[in-house]
Design a protein around this ligand. Structure first.
Ligand code: NAD
Length: 410
C-alpha cells in the first residue's frame, strides 16, 4: 500500500529543486479537507454491516476537486490522502481545470451482493452529498467500483440536489456517461507509453514483451490496446494469481476467459505464476496496474524489465524508485501514465455541463492530444533540469498549482 508520505517524498524532491519555501511547501501539501464517515447498512442476512468511508479533498486552487472512489478492504485515511494528493498533481500535469480528491470505502465489494453494494453506495452518498457536487468535487471509478456504482451515486445525489449528471464521471453511456471513458485509462497508458518509448530510445510498442499486474479496468484495456499495437503480452495477473506464455498470450481469448471465470487463472495454454514472480519476469516493459506499493526495496533489484510503466497509482515506493533509477530502468510515472482516465472524465463532465455528446473518435483524438502535449512538457523539463520524468512531472505540477494558489491569494 502507498500512503501520503510516499507521495510527499516525490513532491519534496521536486520542491527542493525549485527552491520552494518550506511555508509554501507545507501549504501545498496540506489537504483542504479530510472526511471519514460511517457507512453501516443492513446486509441481506438481516445483520448489520459496518464500514468506513473516506473522502479526502486535497487541493482546489485550479478548479473543482476530482478523483476516484475505491472499494477495497485495505483502504484507509493515509492511502486516501496519498491518492488524493496524487490527483492534484496529476490533473495539473495534464492541465485539466481541476484540483485533486480521492476516497472510497474499506470493503471487499466481491463479498457483497449487488443489492448490498447499492445500499452501501447510496448510504455513502447520504453521508458525503453536502461536500461533493459538479462545481466542488466530482468522484469517478477506481479499484472495486464501476459505471453501475457511479450511476447509483448520480441517482442518490440527484434525489437531494436535483438532476445532476455532472456530479460524477465514469457513468454508463446510457446515463450520460462518455463514450470511451471505460477504456480511457488503458488507452491513455498505451498513448503515454508510445511517447515515452520513442523519447527514451526504446523504439516502437510493436514487438515489446510486456507483463501486466492487474486485469481489471486498467490492466485489461491496456492489454487489449497493447495487443492491437503489436506488443507481446507475455504475463498477466490478478488478485487470484498470474499466467505466463513467453510466446505471447492470446488477449482476445483471455478477455473472454476472464469475463467468464472472473479471473485470468486457469487460462488454457499458459503456465501459472505468482504475483511476485510476475513483477520480476523477463520482459521489456513491466506494467503494474493493480495495487500501490508493489515495487519495494525487497524486489527492485530483481526487476528485469528495462521500462516501467506505472498504470497503477503509486506502485513504486521511494526506495524502489531510487534502486530502479540507479539500475538504469526508465520509469514512466503514474501521475502522467494513468492520466487518460481523468482526462476523459473531464470530457464527460464538459459534455454533461453542455448537455451535448461527443463521438468516440473525437474523444480518442482529444485524449491523444492531451497525453502528447503533457508528455512534451515533461520531457522538456526532464532534459532542462536533468532529472527523471517523475521529478519533472512534479516540477510541472507544483509550478501550476503554486501559481494558481498565489494568483488567487490567500
Ligand atoms: P479494478 O478494480 O478494475 O481492477 C483491479 C485489478 O487488480 C483486478 O484484476 C484485481 O484482481 C487486481 N488486484 C487486486 N488486488 C490485487 C493484489 N493484491 N495483487 C494482484 N492483483 C490484485 O481497478 P482499476 O480501476 O483497473 O484500477 C487499477 C489501478 O489503476 C489502481 O491503482 C487505480 O488507482 C489505478 N487507476 C485507475 C483508473 C481508472 O480509471 N479506473 C484511473 C487511474 C488510475
Amino acid at each position: 500500500m502507498a500512503g501520503f508520505e510516499e507521495v510527499n517524498y516525490y513532491f519534496r524532491r521536486a520542491a527542493r529543486i525549485m527552491d520552494v519555501s518550506s511555508h509554501v511547501e507545507r501549504m501545498l501539501v496540506t489537504p483542504f479537507r479530510e472526511v471519514k464517515v460511517d457507512v453501516s447498512i443492513t446486509l441481506d442476512s438481516g445483520e448489520l454491516g459496518t464500514f468506513i468511508g473516506y473522502r479526502v479533498q486535497h487541493d482546489r486552487s485550479r478548479g473543482p476537486m476530482k478523483g476516484g472512489l475505491r472499494y477495497h478492504p485495505t483502504l484507509d485515511m493515509d492511502e486516501a490522502l496519498g491518492l488524493a494528493s496524487l490527483m492534484t498533481w496529476k490533473t495539473a500535469i495534464v492541465n485539466l481545470p481541476y484540483g485533486g480528491a480521492k476516497g472510497g470505502i474499506a470493503v471487499d465489494p466481491h463479498q457483497l451482493s449487488d443489492r448490498e453494494l447499492e445500499r452501501l453506495t447510496r448510504r455513502f452518498v447520504e453521508q458525503i452529498h453536502d461536500i461533493i457536487g459538479p462545481q466542488t468535487d466530482i468522484p469517478a471509478p477506481d479499484m472495486g467500483t464501476n459505471a453501475q456504482v457511479m450511476a447509483w451515486i448520480m441517482d442518490e445525489y440527484s434525489k437531494i440536489h436535483g438532476f445532476s449528471p455532472a456530479v460524477v464521471t465514469g457513468k454508463p453511456v446510457d446515463l450520460f456517461g462518455s463514450k470511451g471513458r471505460e477504456e480511457a485509462t488503458g488507452r491513455g497508458v498505451v498513448f503515454a507509453m508510445e511517447e515515452f518509448l520513442k523519447d527514451v530510445g526504446g523504439g516502437e510498442i510493436r514487438g515489446k514483451r510486456c507483463a501486466i499486474q492487474g486485469f481489471g479496468n486498467v490492466g485489461s484495456w491496456a492489454a487489449r490496446f497493447l495487443h492491437e499495437a503489436g506488443a507481446r503480452v507475455v504475463a498477466v495477473s490478478d488478485q487470484r494469481g498470474g499466467i505466463r506464455n513467453p510466446e505471447g498470450l492470446d488477449i482476445p481469448k483471455l478477455l473472454e476467459h476472464a469475463r467468464r471465470a472472473k479471473t485470468v487463472v486457469g487460462f488454457p495454454g499458459a503456465d501459472s505464476i505468482s504475483n511476485p514472480e510476475l513483477l520480476v519476469s523477463d520482459v521489456d516493459v513491466l506494467i503494474p496496474a493493480a495495487l500501490g506499493g508493489v515495487l519495494t526495496k525487497e524486489n527492485a533489484n530483481d526487476v528485469r524489465a528495462r521500462y516501467l510503466v506505472e498504470a497503477a497509482n503509486a506502485p513504486t515506493t521511494p526506495e524502489a524508485d531510487e534502486i530502479l533509477t540507479r539500475r538504469g530502468i526508465q520509469i514512466l510515472p503514474d501521475v502522467y501514465a494513468n492520466a487518460g482516465g481523468v482526462t476523459v472524465s473531464y470530457f464527460e463532465w464538459t459534455q454533461n455541463i453542455q448537455q451535448f455528446t461527443w463521438e468516440e473518435a473525437k474523444i480518442s483524438t482529444e485524449l491523444k492530444r492531451y497525453m502528447s502535449e503533457a508528455y512534451a512538457t515533461l520531457s522538456r523539463v526532464a532534459r532542462e533540469r536533468r532529472v527523471p520524468l517523475r521529478t519533472a512531472a512534479f516540477i510541472v505540477a507544483i509550478g501550476r498549482v503554486g501559481r494558481a494558489t498565489t494568483l488567487r491569494g490567500l
